[in-house]
Write a protein that binds this ligand. Structure first.
Ligand code: KG4
Ligand code: ZN
Length: 359
């Protein structure tokens, strides 16, 4: 019997049906990109309201595509952290309603751990532990040591903007649409990545696994609107393409330097990556090269598993198999404080109750 997984941490409303074998029977993602495009970024209130409108049709579509009935579900799983609080609450409320009505166990899972678990879906046992995990998305840019699907230790990451956020802001500066990553990638395809030498703060610091992207964004901004100027330069198309390519190149190099350092520091022979920015072809190629150079296993999921989706909620099977919490008092945790989450799960474990019998 499969489980239903929900994902509403940010601006995608997603539901998936996943068998115990981790086979994804259906995966539906309703993107809100069009709603946020005119603001060139996610507007939390708009996101929450759109989730409310879409969550039930998205769940129904996932159930229908999987060819099952809701009463055949084994459990309901929902991403409860980290994310936008209003968005998270919509997913959790829907999950609780379904769990309550059908007397199903409810499982809360971590969105970041789920991004990395997408590698398990795509590559099966090739994701072995310990491994280095890289999550590069609109909200996060972090490196982890993974000792199991649910055991993540953060080694470092951005000290300011997430890399996806920097891509989105760069796109906005260049007058491109939202989400910015794919637009920058498209414009960069005809540009020279070495035309501008953009900064890669912290990239050469071999003592820490931290990254910074705000200086890169500011450097791009100064190329478009020089310091002290109130107007933007009108740039020929080739210059714009060169700026996009040089920006992308700097971001990719900074990330690669830290993945390389994480491999050295941990001695791991496997890297699992996830998050929307890992859909970027230059980053994927650079990661592949690093994997070959270091003769390690580099796991990069297919595009549909990189950006937000609920198929990666398959990680909930790991929770269920480890006899994880079953409790309708489950709450969301918008921040990234994994320690607190672990504490909370322990608490839930202690207060666990068996679900009432199914009728
Ligand atoms: O993982 P995701 O879908 O949502 C979050 O959890 O944040 O990531 C979305 C981010 C956005 O910032 C978007 O611009 C970026 O991923 N992104 C890309 C590409 N596709 C999506 N960045 C660079 N290149 C891409 N091809
Ligand atoms: Zn994400």
């Amino acid at each position: 019997m499969p489980l239903l997984a929900l994902e509403t941490t940010c601006d995608e409303t997603a539901a998936a049906i996943i068998a115990p074998s981790r086979q994804v029977l259906s995966s539906v993602v309703a993107s809100q990109d069009a709603l946020h495009a005119r603001w060139r970024g996610v507007v939390p209130e708009i996101a929450s309201r759109a989730h409310v409108e879409r969550i039930i049709p998205v769940i129904d579509e996932a159930v229908q595509k999987a060819g099952i009935k809701k009463r055949e579900l084994k459990a309901v799983a929902v991403a409860v952290q980290p994310g936008l609080v209003g968005s998270l609450l919509v997913g959790l409320s829907a999950a609780k309603a379904i769990a309550g009505v059908f007397n199903l166990p409810l499982v809360g899972y971590d969105h970041i751990a789920a991004h990395l678990y997408a590698c398990r879906l795509a590559f099966g046992d090739r994701l072995s532990y310990p491994a280095v995990g890289l999550v590069a998305s609109g909200g996060h840019t972090s490196l982890f040591r993974l000792d199991g699907p649910l055991t993540l230790q953060r080694l470092g990451g951005t000290i300011d903007d997430a890399v996806g956020e920097a891509f989105d802001k760069a796109a906005s500066l260049l007058g491109l649409g939202y989400p910015g990553g794919p637009q920058i990638e498209r414009l960069a395809a005809t540009g020279n990545p070495r035309a501008y030498r953009f900064p890669r703060p912290l990239a050469n610091d071999r003592t820490r696994l931290d990254l910074s992207f705000s200086g890169l964004k500011t450097a791009l901004r100064y190329q478009i609107r020089p310091p002290g100027s109130t107007t933007e330069r009108s740039l020929p198309t080739q210059d714009r393409a060169d700026l996009a390519a040089s920006f992308q190149h700097a971001a990719v190099e900074a990330i690669i330097a830290k993945v390389d350092l994480a491999l050295t520091q941990t001695g791991c022979r496997v890297v699992a990556v996830g998050g929307g920015v890992t859909a970027n072809k230059q980053l994927r190629a650079a990661l592949e090269n690093l994997g070959k150079k270091r003769r390690i296993t580099m796991l990069i999921p297919p595009f549909e598993f990189c950006t937000d989706n609920a198929a990666m909620g398959a990680i909930a099977w790991e929770h269920l198999e480890q006899d994880a919490p079953v409790d309708l008092t489950l709450d969301v945790l918008p921040g990234t404080d994994r320690g607190r989450h672990a504490e909370r799960l322990k608490h839930h474990d202690a207060s666990r109750r068996s679900p009432p019998p199914r009728h």
